[in-house]
Design a protein. Structure first.
Length: 50
């Protein structure tokens, strides 16, 4: 009887972690895109100086 609630809890936690990780991945991806665009913008400004 002890193993059934444990397995159910693990399965439930796994689903929560998966959706949480999906949101985390989206946030990190957006942050990465922002950083890359910032660097490209600064690089273009630097190139236009010369």
């Amino acid at each position: 009887m002890m193993t059934n609630p444990e397995l159910n809890k693990k399965a439930h936690t796994k689903v929560e972690d998966q959706s949480s990780l999906k949101g985390t991945f989206t946030s990190v991806l957006l942050l990465g895109v922002f950083l890359v665009l910032s660097w490209i913008g600064v690089f273009i400004l630097f190139i236009n100086r010369f």
